[in-house]
Design a protein around this ligand. Sequence first.
Ligand code: SAM
Length: 321
Amino acid sequence: MKDRFGREIDYLRISITDRCNLRCRYCIPDGVKLVPMGELLTYEEIEEVCRVGAELGISKIKVTGGEPLARKGAAKLIRMLKRIPGISSVTMTTNGVLLAQYLDELKANGLNGVNISLDTLDRDRYQEITGQDRLLQVMEAVELALKSGIRVKLNAVLWGEVRDSDWQGLLELARTRPLDVRFIELMPIGAGAGMDGYSNELLLGKISERYGMAERDEREHGNGPAVYYRLSGFAGSIGFISPIHGNFCHGCNRLRMSAKGELKPCLCYEDTIPLKGLLRQKNQEGVRAALVQAIMGKPDAHCFESPKKVTEKKNMIGIGG
Ligand code: SAM
């Protein structure tokens, strides 16, 4: 259905856990409080939200977290969601650490695509960012996912002292492999709020200097706000998601839901609409009304370019990105 600004809302991002097996510094601060397991929506409750959402026009679902594959049974949830009439695409965003282990099951259950978060190909830098020496495991998962035929995108957030080798290493993957590499500007959310991000505009300039002029790629790549470019001789495309230097809210098509079942109309604001009570009372009409309220409650735009106006205080780990 359309929101008040005429935008078609057809995409739901659902977080299924706030637990993660990595500790990315811009995402999870020390001492973050986890939601007790009993407070998470069950898979059946998540399925019910998606079923009612599909009746309202939701057709694409992204499963996220925390780390979605850190929750037992995540691959089975994919099958449950794929069976809902009206749902045409179910994708997942993961840090890739457990992906190789679950890939066959995810593929068999119909996963349409996987976004793998990977900020650098430098093993030391990876460990510095994530707190774990897991780069080789993630790289293996990237190769296996490509081999399996699942659509692969890599998501990178550049922040702090960015070295050219960080983004160049990732770009080189797109030269030889049919995957999209997307650069997401750091948002002033949670732990990321006090950190220095890197402008995608600046990055595009550097890429064009190094690899020749990038050409806009207008083909359909997926659900969201990324602007894509092609580089000569590259198998994959380069995407830019630029919440800070390129407001894309006019095309926003999404709702979010936290692992506790709170609907979130916009990433930037703290406002949420709770669903868990309604689900546990089996109040289907209430769930429907809450979804409509969330869609109609979407603001016209986020305010990431003015961090003082951002009211969201949670960390990205509790939101799902
Ligand atoms: N664990 C999964 C993963 O790594 O993809 C899903 C959750 S993670 C919160 C989703 C995405 O949010 C990751 O790509 C991560 O890099 C990104 N992210 C976390 N904090 C961010 C911030 N402050 N600004 C922009 N992206 C952020």
